[in-house]
Design a protein around this ligand. Structure first.
Ligand SMILES: [Zn+2]
Length: 84
């Protein structure tokens, strides 16, 4: 009997805050950003079974540039911005 095993690894984005004012390196000015937590995820039969490599990133609303930030800075931004 043959049972196919379907699995995959992908990055999932979880929003933490929207409209965060932050200096963008590409736009060279302060622009609104999305604060997002990215998690690498292993799914078995499309059900997430393991998550690792959590990291916060800021995404510029104007140009789409992404910037990794330390978790402490992300927590501070999230506290200031309120719920997403
Ligand atoms: Zn930008």
């Amino acid at each position: 009997m043959f049972i196919p095993i379907v699995f995959g690894v992908s990055d999932k984005r979880h929003p933490l805050a929207h409209g965060v004012r932050h200096g963008c390196r590409v736009c060279a000015m302060e622009t609104p950003h999305h604060l997002v937590e990215v998690r690498r995820q292993l799914a078995l039969f499309f059900i997430p079974v393991w998550r690792w490599n959590k990291r916060p990133i800021l995404i510029c609303n104007v140009c789409g540039n992404t910037e990794s930030i330390p978790p402490e800075e992300a927590e501070e931004i999230r506290r200031r911005a309120g719920p997403p």
